[in-house]
Design a protein around this ligand. Structure first.
Ligand code: AMP
Length: 400
Protein backbone atom coordinates (compact mmCIF):
# COMPACT_ATOMS: atom_id res chain seq x y z
CA UNK A 1 0.00 0.00 0.00
CA UNK A 2 1.30 3.45 -0.90
CA UNK A 3 -0.28 5.13 2.12
CA UNK A 4 1.12 5.49 5.61
CA UNK A 5 -0.11 2.73 7.94
CA UNK A 6 -0.84 2.86 11.65
CA UNK A 7 2.11 0.49 11.98
CA UNK A 8 4.40 3.29 10.68
CA UNK A 9 3.39 5.64 13.50
CA UNK A 10 4.95 6.20 16.90
CA UNK A 11 1.90 5.97 19.14
CA UNK A 12 3.36 5.99 22.65
CA UNK A 13 1.61 8.60 24.78
CA UNK A 14 -0.06 10.10 21.71
CA UNK A 15 -3.68 11.14 21.44
CA UNK A 16 -4.78 9.07 18.46
CA UNK A 17 -8.01 9.98 16.63
CA UNK A 18 -9.40 6.89 14.88
CA UNK A 19 -12.25 7.41 12.40
CA UNK A 20 -14.11 4.11 12.62
CA UNK A 21 -17.27 2.87 10.91
CA UNK A 22 -19.62 2.10 13.77
CA UNK A 23 -22.68 2.67 11.59
CA UNK A 24 -24.42 -0.41 12.97
CA UNK A 25 -28.10 -1.31 13.37
CA UNK A 26 -29.27 -0.33 16.89
CA UNK A 27 -32.73 -1.31 18.17
CA UNK A 28 -34.12 -0.45 21.61
CA UNK A 29 -30.67 0.65 22.76
CA UNK A 30 -29.00 -2.59 21.68
CA UNK A 31 -26.57 -3.29 18.87
CA UNK A 32 -28.16 -5.85 16.54
CA UNK A 33 -25.19 -6.66 14.32
CA UNK A 34 -21.72 -5.85 15.60
CA UNK A 35 -19.61 -6.99 12.64
CA UNK A 36 -18.43 -3.44 11.88
CA UNK A 37 -17.43 -2.92 15.53
CA UNK A 38 -15.53 -6.21 15.53
CA UNK A 39 -13.86 -5.15 12.29
CA UNK A 40 -12.25 -2.18 14.05
CA UNK A 41 -10.98 -4.19 17.05
CA UNK A 42 -7.53 -5.07 15.59
CA UNK A 43 -6.74 -1.36 15.06
CA UNK A 44 -7.99 -0.40 18.53
CA UNK A 45 -6.06 -3.23 20.17
CA UNK A 46 -2.92 -2.36 18.20
CA UNK A 47 -3.14 1.28 19.28
CA UNK A 48 -3.66 0.35 22.94
CA UNK A 49 -0.79 -2.15 22.94
CA UNK A 50 1.45 0.62 21.58
CA UNK A 51 0.52 3.01 24.37
CA UNK A 52 -1.83 5.38 22.55
CA UNK A 53 -4.77 7.27 24.07
CA UNK A 54 -7.53 6.28 21.69
CA UNK A 55 -10.29 8.65 20.58
CA UNK A 56 -12.88 6.91 18.40
CA UNK A 57 -15.29 8.78 16.13
CA UNK A 58 -18.03 7.55 13.79
CA UNK A 59 -21.34 8.39 12.23
CA UNK A 60 -24.51 6.38 12.82
CA UNK A 61 -27.49 6.59 10.49
CA UNK A 62 -28.72 9.83 8.98
CA UNK A 63 -29.58 12.29 11.78
CA UNK A 64 -29.36 15.15 9.22
CA UNK A 65 -27.11 17.44 11.21
CA UNK A 66 -29.18 17.44 14.38
CA UNK A 67 -28.87 15.74 17.74
CA UNK A 68 -31.26 12.78 17.82
CA UNK A 69 -31.09 10.18 20.59
CA UNK A 70 -32.22 7.49 18.17
CA UNK A 71 -28.82 7.79 16.50
CA UNK A 72 -26.69 8.07 19.64
CA UNK A 73 -23.50 6.03 19.75
CA UNK A 74 -23.86 5.48 23.51
CA UNK A 75 -25.12 1.86 23.09
CA UNK A 76 -22.13 1.23 20.83
CA UNK A 77 -19.74 2.38 23.60
CA UNK A 78 -21.36 -0.12 25.96
CA UNK A 79 -21.16 -2.89 23.38
CA UNK A 80 -17.53 -2.12 22.56
CA UNK A 81 -16.65 -2.26 26.26
CA UNK A 82 -18.14 -5.75 26.42
CA UNK A 83 -16.24 -6.89 23.33
CA UNK A 84 -12.97 -5.52 24.69
CA UNK A 85 -13.62 -6.56 28.31
CA UNK A 86 -12.33 -3.08 29.20
CA UNK A 87 -13.94 0.26 30.00
CA UNK A 88 -14.86 2.56 27.11
CA UNK A 89 -15.56 6.18 28.00
CA UNK A 90 -18.22 8.12 26.14
CA UNK A 91 -18.38 11.83 25.31
CA UNK A 92 -21.78 13.40 24.80
CA UNK A 93 -20.58 15.31 21.74
CA UNK A 94 -17.68 15.14 19.30
CA UNK A 95 -16.41 18.74 19.57
CA UNK A 96 -16.38 21.47 22.21
CA UNK A 97 -14.82 22.25 25.59
CA UNK A 98 -16.36 19.34 27.47
CA UNK A 99 -15.04 16.87 24.91
CA UNK A 100 -11.62 18.54 25.04
CA UNK A 101 -11.56 18.16 28.82
CA UNK A 102 -12.39 14.46 28.50
CA UNK A 103 -9.63 13.98 25.96
CA UNK A 104 -7.14 15.85 28.17
CA UNK A 105 -7.97 13.49 31.03
CA UNK A 106 -7.35 10.36 28.92
CA UNK A 107 -4.41 8.25 29.98
CA UNK A 108 -2.22 5.96 27.88
CA UNK A 109 -4.17 2.81 27.00
CA UNK A 110 -7.62 4.37 27.55
CA UNK A 111 -10.45 4.58 25.03
CA UNK A 112 -13.00 7.35 24.48
CA UNK A 113 -15.84 7.12 21.97
CA UNK A 114 -17.23 10.45 20.74
CA UNK A 115 -20.91 11.04 20.00
CA UNK A 116 -22.23 10.76 16.41
CA UNK A 117 -20.28 13.05 14.06
CA UNK A 118 -23.40 13.63 11.97
CA UNK A 119 -25.16 15.44 14.84
CA UNK A 120 -23.27 18.38 13.28
CA UNK A 121 -24.21 19.29 9.71
CA UNK A 122 -20.62 20.49 9.19
CA UNK A 123 -19.44 16.88 9.14
CA UNK A 124 -21.07 16.01 5.82
CA UNK A 125 -20.23 19.46 4.42
CA UNK A 126 -16.55 18.74 4.99
CA UNK A 127 -16.42 22.08 6.83
CA UNK A 128 -12.89 23.27 7.57
CA UNK A 129 -13.75 24.87 10.92
CA UNK A 130 -15.35 21.66 12.15
CA UNK A 131 -12.49 19.53 10.79
CA UNK A 132 -10.06 21.79 12.66
CA UNK A 133 -12.01 21.30 15.89
CA UNK A 134 -11.83 17.53 15.46
CA UNK A 135 -8.12 17.73 14.66
CA UNK A 136 -7.49 19.81 17.79
CA UNK A 137 -8.43 16.77 19.87
CA UNK A 138 -5.49 14.68 18.70
CA UNK A 139 -1.81 14.37 17.84
CA UNK A 140 -2.19 11.79 15.07
CA UNK A 141 -5.04 10.57 12.86
CA UNK A 142 -5.94 7.13 11.55
CA UNK A 143 -8.78 6.31 9.20
CA UNK A 144 -10.13 2.79 9.66
CA UNK A 145 -13.60 3.52 8.27
CA UNK A 146 -13.42 1.89 4.86
CA UNK A 147 -17.22 1.97 4.59
CA UNK A 148 -17.15 5.79 4.77
CA UNK A 149 -14.02 6.34 2.66
CA UNK A 150 -16.01 7.17 -0.49
CA UNK A 151 -17.39 10.27 1.23
CA UNK A 152 -15.39 13.48 1.50
CA UNK A 153 -16.49 14.50 4.98
CA UNK A 154 -14.79 16.48 7.74
CA UNK A 155 -13.79 13.35 9.67
CA UNK A 156 -12.53 11.45 6.60
CA UNK A 157 -10.94 14.18 4.46
CA UNK A 158 -11.03 17.67 6.06
CA UNK A 159 -9.29 16.60 9.26
CA UNK A 160 -6.21 15.34 7.39
CA UNK A 161 -5.32 18.95 6.51
CA UNK A 162 -4.95 19.86 10.18
CA UNK A 163 -3.06 16.89 11.64
CA UNK A 164 0.65 16.15 11.37
CA UNK A 165 0.20 12.47 10.52
CA UNK A 166 -2.69 10.67 8.83
CA UNK A 167 -2.53 6.94 8.23
CA UNK A 168 -4.66 3.93 7.35
CA UNK A 169 -5.88 1.58 10.07
CA UNK A 170 -5.56 -2.20 9.88
CA UNK A 171 -9.13 -2.79 8.64
CA UNK A 172 -8.74 -0.11 5.97
CA UNK A 173 -5.50 -1.75 4.87
CA UNK A 174 -7.07 -5.21 4.72
CA UNK A 175 -10.00 -3.95 2.62
CA UNK A 176 -7.70 -2.14 0.19
CA UNK A 177 -5.46 -5.15 -0.10
CA UNK A 178 -8.23 -7.65 -0.96
CA UNK A 179 -10.14 -5.34 -3.26
CA UNK A 180 -6.92 -4.04 -4.82
CA UNK A 181 -5.96 -7.58 -5.76
CA UNK A 182 -9.32 -8.12 -7.46
CA UNK A 183 -8.85 -4.95 -9.48
CA UNK A 184 -5.25 -5.39 -10.47
CA UNK A 185 -4.76 -9.10 -10.81
CA UNK A 186 -7.89 -11.25 -10.59
CA UNK A 187 -7.63 -14.96 -11.22
CA UNK A 188 -9.96 -16.08 -14.01
CA UNK A 189 -12.72 -17.09 -14.47
CA UNK A 190 -13.81 -13.93 -12.69
CA UNK A 191 -17.54 -13.71 -11.91
CA UNK A 192 -19.38 -10.66 -10.57
CA UNK A 193 -22.85 -10.89 -9.04
CA UNK A 194 -24.81 -7.68 -8.73
CA UNK A 195 -28.25 -7.10 -7.31
CA UNK A 196 -30.27 -4.55 -5.38
CA UNK A 197 -32.72 -1.94 -6.45
CA UNK A 198 -30.86 0.58 -8.52
CA UNK A 199 -29.13 0.14 -11.86
CA UNK A 200 -28.00 3.77 -11.71
CA UNK A 201 -25.81 3.07 -8.65
CA UNK A 202 -24.11 0.19 -10.40
CA UNK A 203 -23.39 1.58 -13.89
CA UNK A 204 -19.80 2.67 -13.12
CA UNK A 205 -18.96 -0.70 -11.60
CA UNK A 206 -20.64 -2.59 -14.47
CA UNK A 207 -18.61 -0.63 -17.01
CA UNK A 208 -15.38 -1.06 -15.07
CA UNK A 209 -15.96 -4.82 -14.74
CA UNK A 210 -16.52 -5.13 -18.49
CA UNK A 211 -13.35 -3.09 -19.15
CA UNK A 212 -11.42 -5.30 -16.76
CA UNK A 213 -12.55 -8.37 -18.66
CA UNK A 214 -14.62 -9.99 -15.99
CA UNK A 215 -15.81 -13.30 -17.50
CA UNK A 216 -19.41 -13.30 -16.30
CA UNK A 217 -21.81 -10.82 -14.75
CA UNK A 218 -24.89 -12.24 -13.01
CA UNK A 219 -27.66 -9.73 -12.41
CA UNK A 220 -30.51 -10.25 -9.95
CA UNK A 221 -32.75 -8.09 -7.78
CA UNK A 222 -34.89 -5.28 -9.11
CA UNK A 223 -31.96 -4.21 -11.29
CA UNK A 224 -32.75 -7.06 -13.65
CA UNK A 225 -36.17 -5.60 -14.56
CA UNK A 226 -34.64 -2.50 -16.13
CA UNK A 227 -32.60 -4.83 -18.36
CA UNK A 228 -35.72 -6.89 -19.17
CA UNK A 229 -37.96 -3.93 -19.96
CA UNK A 230 -35.23 -2.35 -22.09
CA UNK A 231 -35.26 -5.52 -24.19
CA UNK A 232 -39.01 -5.43 -24.63
CA UNK A 233 -40.11 -7.94 -21.96
CA UNK A 234 -43.22 -7.25 -19.91
CA UNK A 235 -42.13 -6.50 -16.36
CA UNK A 236 -45.57 -5.75 -14.92
CA UNK A 237 -45.43 -3.70 -11.75
CA UNK A 238 -41.85 -4.68 -10.92
CA UNK A 239 -39.44 -1.90 -10.02
CA UNK A 240 -37.87 -0.42 -13.16
CA UNK A 241 -35.74 2.67 -13.71
CA UNK A 242 -37.19 3.74 -17.04
CA UNK A 243 -34.60 6.43 -17.61
CA UNK A 244 -31.85 3.82 -17.29
CA UNK A 245 -33.19 1.59 -20.09
CA UNK A 246 -30.92 3.03 -22.82
CA UNK A 247 -27.93 2.58 -20.49
CA UNK A 248 -28.96 -1.03 -19.82
CA UNK A 249 -29.04 -1.69 -23.59
CA UNK A 250 -25.60 -0.11 -23.93
CA UNK A 251 -24.26 -2.34 -21.16
CA UNK A 252 -25.67 -5.42 -22.93
CA UNK A 253 -23.92 -4.35 -26.16
CA UNK A 254 -20.62 -3.55 -24.45
CA UNK A 255 -20.65 -6.90 -22.65
CA UNK A 256 -21.30 -8.74 -25.93
CA UNK A 257 -18.46 -6.93 -27.65
CA UNK A 258 -16.04 -7.66 -24.81
CA UNK A 259 -17.11 -11.30 -24.70
CA UNK A 260 -18.46 -10.93 -21.19
CA UNK A 261 -21.35 -13.28 -20.45
CA UNK A 262 -24.27 -11.34 -18.96
CA UNK A 263 -26.73 -13.60 -17.15
CA UNK A 264 -30.21 -12.44 -16.17
CA UNK A 265 -32.79 -14.43 -14.18
CA UNK A 266 -34.84 -17.02 -16.08
CA UNK A 267 -37.55 -17.34 -13.44
CA UNK A 268 -38.74 -15.17 -10.59
CA UNK A 269 -41.02 -15.07 -7.60
CA UNK A 270 -43.95 -12.77 -8.18
CA UNK A 271 -47.10 -11.61 -6.44
CA UNK A 272 -50.30 -10.17 -7.80
CA UNK A 273 -50.22 -6.50 -6.93
CA UNK A 274 -53.84 -6.71 -5.69
CA UNK A 275 -53.30 -9.68 -3.39
CA UNK A 276 -49.66 -9.72 -2.36
CA UNK A 277 -50.06 -11.91 0.73
CA UNK A 278 -51.74 -14.89 -0.94
CA UNK A 279 -50.65 -14.83 -4.55
CA UNK A 280 -46.93 -15.64 -4.38
CA UNK A 281 -45.76 -17.95 -7.15
CA UNK A 282 -42.66 -18.72 -9.18
CA UNK A 283 -42.92 -18.27 -12.95
CA UNK A 284 -40.60 -17.98 -15.96
CA UNK A 285 -39.71 -14.32 -16.52
CA UNK A 286 -41.38 -14.30 -19.95
CA UNK A 287 -44.77 -15.18 -18.38
CA UNK A 288 -44.90 -11.92 -16.42
CA UNK A 289 -48.15 -10.02 -17.03
CA UNK A 290 -49.14 -6.45 -16.36
CA UNK A 291 -50.52 -7.10 -12.85
CA UNK A 292 -47.50 -8.92 -11.40
CA UNK A 293 -44.62 -7.65 -9.27
CA UNK A 294 -41.31 -9.56 -9.29
CA UNK A 295 -39.80 -9.65 -5.82
CA UNK A 296 -37.12 -12.37 -5.92
CA UNK A 297 -35.29 -14.68 -8.31
CA UNK A 298 -36.61 -18.24 -8.59
CA UNK A 299 -35.00 -21.60 -7.79
CA UNK A 300 -34.10 -22.22 -11.44
CA UNK A 301 -32.16 -18.96 -11.56
CA UNK A 302 -30.36 -19.85 -8.33
CA UNK A 303 -29.35 -23.13 -10.00
CA UNK A 304 -28.16 -21.30 -13.16
CA UNK A 305 -26.18 -18.80 -11.12
CA UNK A 306 -24.63 -21.63 -9.06
CA UNK A 307 -23.70 -23.38 -12.30
CA UNK A 308 -22.08 -20.18 -13.59
CA UNK A 309 -19.87 -20.20 -10.48
CA UNK A 310 -18.68 -23.79 -10.91
CA UNK A 311 -15.22 -22.98 -12.30
CA UNK A 312 -14.92 -19.45 -10.85
CA UNK A 313 -11.59 -18.47 -9.34
CA UNK A 314 -12.62 -14.93 -8.32
CA UNK A 315 -16.12 -13.92 -7.24
CA UNK A 316 -17.42 -10.57 -6.10
CA UNK A 317 -20.98 -10.10 -4.91
CA UNK A 318 -22.84 -6.93 -4.03
CA UNK A 319 -26.60 -6.49 -3.66
CA UNK A 320 -29.57 -8.74 -2.82
CA UNK A 321 -31.38 -10.88 -5.41
CA UNK A 322 -34.80 -9.85 -4.12
CA UNK A 323 -36.67 -8.05 -1.37
CA UNK A 324 -34.40 -9.71 1.14
CA UNK A 325 -35.99 -7.92 4.12
CA UNK A 326 -39.30 -9.79 3.54
CA UNK A 327 -38.20 -12.98 5.25
CA UNK A 328 -41.70 -13.97 6.39
CA UNK A 329 -42.95 -14.01 2.81
CA UNK A 330 -39.82 -15.87 1.73
CA UNK A 331 -38.43 -13.24 -0.63
CA UNK A 332 -35.01 -13.81 0.94
CA UNK A 333 -34.74 -17.28 -0.64
CA UNK A 334 -32.94 -16.20 -3.82
CA UNK A 335 -30.38 -14.16 -1.89
CA UNK A 336 -29.80 -16.99 0.61
CA UNK A 337 -29.42 -19.41 -2.32
CA UNK A 338 -26.74 -17.21 -3.86
CA UNK A 339 -25.04 -16.89 -0.45
CA UNK A 340 -24.76 -20.70 -0.34
CA UNK A 341 -23.52 -20.83 -3.93
CA UNK A 342 -20.71 -18.29 -3.35
CA UNK A 343 -19.67 -20.16 -0.19
CA UNK A 344 -19.43 -23.36 -2.26
CA UNK A 345 -17.28 -21.49 -4.80
CA UNK A 346 -14.99 -20.43 -1.94
CA UNK A 347 -14.83 -24.07 -0.76
CA UNK A 348 -13.64 -24.98 -4.27
CA UNK A 349 -10.78 -22.50 -3.88
CA UNK A 350 -12.18 -19.29 -5.37
CA UNK A 351 -11.39 -15.91 -3.82
CA UNK A 352 -14.84 -14.67 -2.80
CA UNK A 353 -15.48 -11.09 -1.76
CA UNK A 354 -18.90 -10.05 -0.49
CA UNK A 355 -19.85 -6.43 0.20
CA UNK A 356 -22.98 -4.41 0.86
CA UNK A 357 -25.35 -4.60 3.82
CA UNK A 358 -27.95 -7.06 2.47
CA UNK A 359 -25.46 -9.49 0.90
CA UNK A 360 -23.37 -9.52 4.07
CA UNK A 361 -26.51 -10.07 6.17
CA UNK A 362 -27.46 -12.93 3.81
CA UNK A 363 -24.16 -14.78 4.22
CA UNK A 364 -24.50 -14.40 7.99
CA UNK A 365 -28.12 -15.59 7.89
CA UNK A 366 -27.15 -18.55 5.72
CA UNK A 367 -24.42 -19.41 8.24
CA UNK A 368 -21.65 -19.30 5.62
CA UNK A 369 -19.77 -16.12 6.61
CA UNK A 370 -16.70 -17.97 7.84
CA UNK A 371 -16.29 -19.68 4.44
CA UNK A 372 -16.10 -16.37 2.54
CA UNK A 373 -12.59 -15.11 1.72
CA UNK A 374 -13.29 -11.50 2.55
CA UNK A 375 -16.46 -9.92 3.91
CA UNK A 376 -16.16 -6.25 3.11
CA UNK A 377 -17.48 -3.66 5.55
CA UNK A 378 -18.15 -1.32 2.64
CA UNK A 379 -21.19 -1.08 0.39
CA UNK A 380 -20.92 2.09 -1.67
CA UNK A 381 -17.19 2.30 -0.93
CA UNK A 382 -16.61 -1.22 -2.25
CA UNK A 383 -18.51 -0.45 -5.46
CA UNK A 384 -16.66 2.81 -6.03
CA UNK A 385 -13.32 1.19 -5.40
CA UNK A 386 -14.12 -1.67 -7.79
CA UNK A 387 -15.24 0.91 -10.36
CA UNK A 388 -11.68 2.21 -10.23
CA UNK A 389 -12.38 5.47 -8.42
CA UNK A 390 -9.88 6.69 -5.89
CA UNK A 391 -11.70 6.94 -2.55
CA UNK A 392 -11.40 10.48 -1.15
CA UNK A 393 -10.83 9.16 2.39
CA UNK A 394 -7.89 7.10 1.16
CA UNK A 395 -6.46 9.74 -1.18
CA UNK A 396 -6.36 12.20 1.74
CA UNK A 397 -4.02 10.02 3.83
CA UNK A 398 -0.27 10.67 3.82
CA UNK A 399 1.84 8.75 1.34
CA UNK A 400 4.38 6.37 2.78
P1 AMP B 1 -29.41 -1.38 -3.29
O1 AMP B 1 -29.40 -0.34 -2.21
O2 AMP B 1 -29.48 -0.82 -4.67
O3 AMP B 1 -28.32 -2.41 -3.11
O4 AMP B 1 -30.78 -2.16 -3.11
C1 AMP B 1 -31.12 -2.89 -1.97
C2 AMP B 1 -32.61 -3.00 -1.94
O5 AMP B 1 -33.07 -3.59 -3.15
C3 AMP B 1 -33.15 -3.85 -0.85
O6 AMP B 1 -33.80 -3.04 0.08
C4 AMP B 1 -34.14 -4.79 -1.55
O7 AMP B 1 -35.38 -4.90 -0.89
C5 AMP B 1 -34.33 -4.11 -2.88
N1 AMP B 1 -34.76 -5.06 -3.93
C6 AMP B 1 -34.10 -6.12 -4.40
N2 AMP B 1 -34.82 -6.78 -5.31
C7 AMP B 1 -35.99 -6.13 -5.44
C8 AMP B 1 -37.17 -6.31 -6.22
N3 AMP B 1 -37.28 -7.33 -7.07
N4 AMP B 1 -38.16 -5.40 -6.09
C9 AMP B 1 -38.05 -4.37 -5.22
N5 AMP B 1 -36.98 -4.14 -4.45
C10 AMP B 1 -35.95 -5.01 -4.56
Amino acid sequence: MSKLSITDLDLKGKRLFVRVDFNVPVKDGRVEDDSRIRGALPTIQYALEHGARVILASHLGRPKGERNDKYSLRPVAEHLAKLMSAPVQFADDCVGDKVKAKVEALKDGEVLLLENLRFHSEEEKNDDGFAKQLASLCDVYVNDAFGAAHRAHASTVGITKFVSQSAAGLLMQKELEYLGRVISNPEHPFVAILGGAKVSDKIPVLNALIDRKVDKILIGGAMAYTFFKAQGFTTGKSLVEDEMMPTALEIIKRAEKANVELLLPTDHQVVDSYDPLKSKKTIPVEFTNAGLVGLDIGAETVAHFSQALQDAKTVIWNGPMGVFEEKQLGFDEGTIGVARAVAEAADRGATVIVGGGDSVAAITQAGVADRITHVSTGGGATLEFLAGDELPGVAALKDK
